[in-house]
Design a protein around this ligand. Structure first.
Ligand code: 28F
Length: 661
């Protein structure tokens, strides 16, 4: 073994090495994306990637992650251990190369058992070393414990100027004792001078490690947080791999059959697929290449979709579920309610983007297509009940889409009845703004005629339009779209769609929305809340893009008016909360009179403008829909039978936004 200590000898090589790590230190963002929380966690992923490579190479089944009380982090695997011999090219031990030379490692060549690696973020252990205050590697191999330590070192240079060396080896690779185990353990202290905050988040680690355990069938991943406070400890191990993953993802949903799982290999591409339908309408497909999530999908996913759709269509024809003259069902028809995980492993995957989010390798397409094709037709023949169910669902889904199309067409081309009556106005309940400006205009959807009257008189007619609903709009939850929209649909809802100008269903185009803000304005009572829910459900169901774009709001009329009689005007305070009311009451003393607003109709036009419609003084709640996955859950809640969870959801997910206009 070697006792060479790089801190005393400056060879040309050392200088090159130091330059590499110095570059990382000077521009961390270029190597790990950011020096925030993401970058910090990235350090851990980099080290874990090396352990995962050892798993993929078939030599490792346990990975241990420990957060120590001093906030340093250990990752240990039971693989073969980094080879400890001299590296021929560098003339230093291989572990020293791995931790001090940028892009070190044989991961990119092949022929060394590392071919399956995604290369992941491709920067590796040396980058982690460069950004650590200190790092220690322990290697268990050939009966020995090998150890080497690296540190960030600051010193005075030959020119008398302070200089630093990042990831500097302060010991050689030393034998620290005997062992019977094999593997590699890396412990490092993220440098607080690089990262604002070096506390890693337990939740972030646990989610990522859990997903990895699903993808690395049979591997055990331990996570142990030993920081002061609530110590947490968990282990992940899934004998069933991605089959268990699908079970986990569908947890709490109504599933329609047992999870189907298969694997296969063709042309050196290994393919695993697990899927299960639930009774939702959205598709959820997670795809991975060498355990790297391919968020933007790519060739493997399109291979899957083609084969999946074709197998189902072929089956449907063979079994007369599709007749001669029926068109084939589309992939979209088949994928409503599909929860699937596709995981492939291959040599040297090619990605279309730098961020590795989209797979470009053509061989992935053909291999996945061939394997899915074969396994799916087999599966369908073996499980006629599930096959029938999948196809019937797709037929129903196509029928609904066609109904949506018809309804949308009927909206675009107003019916003859309307024409006979002469000039067609959208609705007598709709009062447009006088100017047309989609970047500024606001639509107030108002409950009841009297409130509508106040709103029409109180508004700024230049840019505010008012649509008054009579009574409650229908509950869109339980209805098919053609029962809501189109000639046989609901008048109120048709009017909303028409006024918005976006179209609906396949025709929907958020860019055509005639309004910058759509504001639901109801009484602050139970009925008002119900109308809010119904309208929000309509938006969630049919105009989610408007919510995503932050265009949907709920108006907040005040709950109280506090005033001192005799001195009209100046001595009026509106209160939105009990606190505000109490404060105003104190201010006005004994003479204070309090009016509780029960409905918008109790406010005159001026009051409604002042408190609820004037962009300068009003309070609006922005309806917020952060993520599509979350949205799906929300729709389920909003569409469900139970009112309380809906109410609860609305209460906890709409947030107050004070406008800065
Ligand atoms: C906690 C982090 O880094 N584990 C690792 C290995 C195993 C080998 C290896 C690593 C070969 C050519 C460098 C062993 N035996 N966990 C880890 N386990 N690196 S990193 O090889 C390193 C490369 O250049 C290994 C035979 N072949 C490879």
């Amino acid at each position: 073994m070697s006792h060479q200590n790089l801190s005393v000898a400056y060879s040309d090589d050392d200088i090159r090495v130091l330059k590499g790590l110095t570059a990382v230190r000077v521009r961390p963002g270029m190597y790990i994306g950011s020096t925030g929380s993401r970058g910090l966690h990235h350090l851990i992923w980099e080290i874990i990637d090396n352990s995962k490579d050892e798993v993929l190479a078939g030599y490792c089944d346990t990975i241990k992650v420990t957060i120590h009380p001093d906030r340093s982090i250990s990752i240990e695997d039971n693989g073969r251990g980094i080879p400890t011999g001299m590296n021929k090219d560098e003339g230093i031990p291989t572990p020293t190369v791995v931790f001090t030379v940028l892009h070190a490692g044989g991961k990119f060549g092949g022929g060394d058992g590392y071919k399956k690696s995604g290369g992941l973020h491709g920067v590796g252990a040396s980058v982690v070393n460069a950004l650590s205050e200190w790092l220690e590697v322990e290697i268990y191999r050939d009966g020995n414990i090998y150890r080497q330590r690296f540190e960030y070192v600051e010193e005075t240079g030959p020119d008398g100027q302070p200089q630093f060396k990042a990831g500097h080896p302060v010991t050689g690779l030393e034998i620290a004792g005997p062992t019977r185990k094999t593997g590699t353990k890396v412990t490092f202290m993220p440098d607080a001078r690089v990262f604002g905050d070096i506390n890693v988040q337990y939740e972030v680690l646990r989610e990522r490690l859990r997903d990895n355990a699903f993808l690395l069938k049979g591997v055990t991943i331990h996570l142990n947080d030993m920081r002061p406070g609530a110590p947490e400890k968990e282990s992940f191990h899934y004998e069933q791999g991605i089959k268990a993953f699908v079970g986990f993802l569908n947890d709490g949903k109504n599933t329609l059959h047992d999870i189907f799982y298969f694997e296969g290999e063709k042309d050196s591409v290994e393919v695993e697929l697990a899927f299960q339908y639930n009774d939702n309408t959205s598709e959820n497909l997670l795809s991975y290449v060498n355990t790297i999530p391919t968020i933007d999908e790519g060739t493997h996913v399109s291979g899957f979709r083609n084969a999946f759709t074709k197998a189902l269509n072929d089956y449907a024809r063979r079994n007369s579920m599709l007749k001669k003259n029926d068109k084939n069902l589309t992939g979209n028809d088949y994928r409503e309610g599909l929860m699937a995980v596709l995981s492939i492993r291959m040599d040297d995957p090619q990605f279309e983007s730098q961020t590795k989010d989209k797979l470009g390798s053509e061989e992935a397409r053909s291999s996945v297509e061939a394997i899915v094709s074969e396994k799916m037709s087999y599966f369908l023949e073996e499980n006629p009940d599930i096959a029938r169910l999948m196809i019937e669902r797709a037929i129903e889904s196509r029928r609904i889409k066609e109904e949506i199309k018809k309804a949308a067409e009927a909206l675009r081309n107003p019916n003859k009845k309307g024409k006979k009556k002469g000039k067609r106005t959208i609705s007598d309940k709709y009062t447009p703004a006088s100017k047309k400006d989609a970047d500024r205009n606001e639509l107030f959807i108002v409950e009841g005629d009297s409130a509508g009257g106040s709103a029409i008189n109180g508004r700024d007619r230049n840019f505010q339009a008012v649509l008054s609903l009579r009574g409650k709009p229908i509950n869109v939850e339980k209805k098919k779209i053609y029962e809501i929209i189109g000639p046989n649909g609901n008048e109120e809802i048709n009017t909303i769609v028409e006024v918005l100008g976006t179209g609906i269903g396949d025709d929907f185009n958020a860019n055509q929305c005639a309004f910058h803000k759509v504001i639901v304005m109801t009484d602050a009572d139970y009925d008002g809340a119900h109308i809010q829910i119904l309208l929000l459900t309509l938006f969630y169901r049919y105009f989610p893009e408007l919510i995503k774009r932050g265009r949907v709001f709920i108006a907040q009329p005040p709950l109280y008016k506090v005033h001192r009689p005799g001195k009209k005007g100046q001595d009026i305070v509106y209160a939105w909360t009990e606190e505000e009311k109490d404060m105003a009451q104190k201010k006005f003393g004994k003479q204070a009179e309090i009016q509780r607003y029960k409905g918008l109709g109790e406010m005159n036009a001026e009051q409604l403008w002042d408190t609820t419609m004037n962009p300068g003084t009003r309070k609006l709640i922005q309806v917020d829909l952060e993520e599509a996955a979350e949205a799906e859950r929300i729709v389920t809640i909003l569409m469900g039978d139970k009112v309380p969870p809906r109410r609860e959801w609305i209460e906890s997910n709409v947030k107050f936004v004070m406008e800065e206009e």
